[in-house]
Design a protein around this ligand. Structure first.
Ligand SMILES: CC/C=C\C/C=C\C/C=C\C/C=C\C/C=C\CCCC(=O)SCCNC(=O)CCNC(=O)[C@H](O)C(C)(C)COP(=O)(O)OP(=O)(O)OC[C@H]1O[C@@H](n2cnc3c(N)ncnc32)[C@H](O)[C@@H]1OP(=O)(O)O
Ligand SMILES: Cc1cc2nc3c(=O)[nH]c(=O)nc-3n(C[C@H](O)[C@H](O)[C@H](O)COP(=O)(O)OP(=O)(O)OC[C@H]3O[C@@H](n4cnc5c(N)ncnc54)[C@H](O)[C@@H]3O)c2cc1C
Length: 675
């Protein structure tokens, strides 16, 4: 038996796909260890996949696209119950990475009845509840004795938290908060699993004490009777209806009618209200936004995974799909041979790797900040907020674009739900909106950049934090790409730094200039906001490139290092071309340098070609996790597409009731009227 570098090879696979795997130059298990940030976790992922493969009760009973929403929720609840019961036989207790993988394999990406419980409810209680409150609720939440969600967004307001309408008014006499929804627009709207599944929620409401508004605060609120699951008195609650995707999650609405909770249900780790109504303020005004920062930090990796699902499907399919000829004397080629197809897919493969490496750094920083905040040190909160706001926006934006390119790369079959592309796109694109609408979050980063620009302009560059230190440096007069014997990544990084610095200082100048001319600050901000968001994007893309460079420098295995270096070359050249306007407009990069960059791009498309399938295989998604006929590991696409179509509910009978009822009579009457 030959041992191949690509560990996905099996006998009996589509030979076109096997041929791609044989040309792979690196060990896909080792690459998985890079992607999942540790050899141990990559191995555990494979072990978990194997355990699940041997347990048919954890498999989908039929393809998701053939189920109604109600069936999907029922099926998801069945499997959720099983994995909860048998969790300790499958994953290490309390290992969130393993849990994430288990969920993706068994439950899939469309959500499940406890999605928000793990992603926001438990993190909110962990970061914001006092020790005493945690004893009361967190253990029960972890044991799943109760199911919770995070209810913040309202029908009328999601972005502007200061203008939420739900109020929590403190009643000193009874030592209770009275939750109330004064208007339709004040209804909570969107929280995942609020509609039908949760019996508790961490609710965000404006807190009023003795007539004073203390702004948004978080409260632990029982919503449903723990035994009957009926809504409690004073609560109006339900599902908001079907969405573009993610329909296994019951996003919900919630209204309060003078609903009372004890004072001690205010989450009091950092903030307190004494029985007499005295308010003890937190060490940082936004400390209770931690559940949002938790998701923003983790969703970078989540988005990279969804982009990679789509790229795995499209790259494998492009290796078995033959259409047309390049040399007319030769047989039809795999569509992956076309340069246009490579240009559509490979730069996104590079981006997916870049995103997952940036995501790993973000989670590390998040965990550090979480530990520090627990001890009262809030000094890094602003940096983390700025970083995650930018990454969340840039990564989700390019992920959505990449998935759409991957769908189109599959031609007509990409449009069939057999490809699963529409669901992957629909779920991923939600990330452009949830956890802060992308434009809004870019503007949050811009606030940080403008403050940093102001330090530069006032000669205080030494006070710049490490993430923005480059803003205080001086650029060379022109980029040295192509002007030195070996154009290394350092030249590219310097060029990206120049572009981000120039745009940041220019946008800040515009903002400060408008104020100098007499505009009020918010008006000047609004008039500069497109330019400011451009700066935020460029800053974030620079960070992503730097994270990629840092990772490649760390890799010891020469085979991995070579292919990751190729990917990084592709990434920096693609990114530079994509933002070439900024590079050209002040002459920092010349058009002849861009010609070099273009040539490099085409060179690396061709160099990556033999490793393309191995690069996507390295994410090690099982067929169960991908849920795509086109993306099957074995490449047997056509026979399985036919089987899939035959299994469509419409094909259960040859003649549909709609035909009997309407079409047959219509045709019959048309025929009769001709007689
Ligand atoms: C291993 C895996 C483990 C776990 C898996 C986890 C994730 C998996 C991956 C994917 C997730 C999958 C599914 C999830 C699906 C759905 C979940 C969606 C849930 C939600 O959407 S919840 C609702 C989210 N809502 C928002 O994000 C609202 C956006 N708005 C805001 O955040 C705020 O309103 C604001 C920041 C825009 C403004 O806030 P404000 O009005 O209070 O602020 P001010 O204008 O007064 O002040 C701004 C000031 O404050 C600073 N600031 C703001 N936020 C923070 C923060 N978090 N930390 C630190 N500082 C903050 C800001 O910088 C400004 O400072 P300045 O000095 O004044 O400039
Ligand atoms: C799939 C999904 C799951 C969700 N899950 C939850 C959940 O579990 N819990 C929860 O509480 N919420 C949840 N939400 C809600 C989500 O967090 C909000 O929809 C999101 O924060 C955006 O707020 P919004 O809907 O008010 O958009 P809006 O703020 O109304 O945005 C509309 C437009 O206005 C622009 N805009 C708004 N304010 C500004 C500004 N200051 N400057 C410039 N432009 C601006 C935006 O850029 C956008 O173009 C979910 C949403 C989705 C789609």
């Amino acid at each position: 038996m030959v041992h191949h570098q690509n560990k996905a090879i099996r006998e009996g696979d589509n030979p076109d796909l096997t041929a791609e795997r044989v040309t792979g130059t690196f060990d896909t298990h080792s690459m998985a260890a890079q992607i999942y940030n540790s050899e141990a976790h990559a191995r555990r992922r494979r072990e978990i996949t194997e355990i699940i493969a041997k347990r048919p009760e954890l498999h989908d009973t039929k393809p998701f696209p053939f189920m109604t929403r109600e069936e999907k929720i029922l099926e998801s609840s069945r499997k959720l119950t099983l994995i909860t019961k048998h969790m300790n036989e499958i994953i290490e207790p309390n290992n969130s990475n393993e849990m994430f993988h288990l969920n993706n394999e068994v439950l899939g990406i469309e959500g499940h009845p406890m999605a928000l419980h793990g992603i926001m409810f438990i993190p909110a209680l962990t970061a914001q509840a006092s020790e005493e409150q945690q004893k009361k609720w967190l253990t029960r939440a972890i044991n799943r004795e109760i199911v919770g969600t995070y209810a913040q967004t309202e029908l009328g307001h999601g972005t502007n938290l200061q203008n939420l309408e739900t109020t929590a008014t403190y009643d000193v006499a009874t030592q209770e908060f009275v939750l109330h929804t004064p208007t339709i627009t004040g209804l909570k709207w969107w929280p995942g699993n609020l509609g039908k599944s949760s019996n508790y929620a961490v609710v965000v409401a404006l807190m009023f004490i003795k007539g004073k508004n203390y702004g948004p605060h978080t409260f632990m609120v029982p919503l449903r009777d723990e035994k009957t699951h009926q809504p409690l008195k004073g609560i109006t609650i339900g599902d908001i209806g079907p969405k573009i995707a993610y329909n296994v999650t019951d996003n919900g609405f919630l209204g309060f009618d003078h609903y009372r909770i004890p004072r001690t249900n205010l989450l009091m780790r950092h903030t307190r209200v004494e029985p007499d109504g005295t308010y003890v303020k937190p060490p940082h005004a936004k400390i209770n936004y931690s559940a949002m920062v938790h998701v923003r930090s983790h969703m970078i990796t989540g988005q990279a995974i969804m982009l990679s699902y789509a790229l795995t499907i499209a790259t494998r399919y492009s290796s078995v799909r033959r259409q047309g000829q390049i040399d007319t004397t030769q047989p039809e080629v795999k569509v992956l041979e076309y340069q246009t197809q490579q240009h559509r897919l490979f730069p996104y493969i590079a981006r997916a790797y870049a995103f997952v490496f940036a995501g790993a750094e973000t989670v590390k920083l998040y965990e550090r900040v979480l530990e520090e905040v627990a001890t009262g040190n809030v000094s890094l909160m602003a940096d983390l907020h700025a970083l995650t706001s930018g990454l969340k926006s840039v990564v989700s934006h390019y992920t959505a674009q990449g998935i759409e390119q991957a769908r189109m790369a599959c031609g007509g079959h990409g449009y069939s739900q057999a490809s699963y592309m529409s669901e992957i796109f629909g779920v991923a694109v939600g990330g452009c909106t949830y956890e802060g609408e992308n434009m809004v979050m870019l503007l949050q980063l811009a606030r940080y950049l403008v403050k940093s620009a102001s330090l530069v302009k006032t000669g205080q560059s030494s006070k710049l934090g490490p993430l923005v230190a480059y803003l205080g440096a001086k650029s060379d007069s022109t980029s040295l790409i192509d002007r030195t014997p070996t154009t290394g990544f350092a030249e590219y990084v310097k060029t990206f730094q120049h572009i981000a610095r120039r745009q940041t200082l220019k946008a800040a100048d515009k903002f400060f200039g408008l104020m100098e001319k007499g505009e009020k600050r918010p008006i000047a901000w609004n008039k500069s906001s497109v330019e400011l968001n451009r700066a935020s994007r460029l800053h974030t893309r620079l960070y992503i490139v730097e994270a990629f460079v840092r990772r490649v420098e760390e890799v010891a295995d020469p085979r991995l290092k070579e292919v990751l270096t190729d990917l990084l070359h592709l990434h920096v050249n693609y990114e530079l071309l994509d933002m070439s306007t900024y590079a050209l407009e002040d002459g920092f990069v010349s058009s002849s340098q861009l010609d070099y960059v273009r040539d490099q791009l085409y060179f690396y498309l061709a160099k990556i070609r033999p490793n393309a399938v191995s690069l996507v295989d390295s994410w090690e998604f099982s067929d169960q996790e991908l849920r795509s006929v086109l993306g099957r590991r074995d490449g047997h696409v056509y026979e399985n597409l036919f089987a899939w179509a035959k299994a469509s509910p419409l094909n259960k009978t040859d003649v549909l009731p709609s035909v009997d009822k309407y079409l047959k009579p219509l045709m019959e009457s048309a025929r009769a009227s001709k007689l």
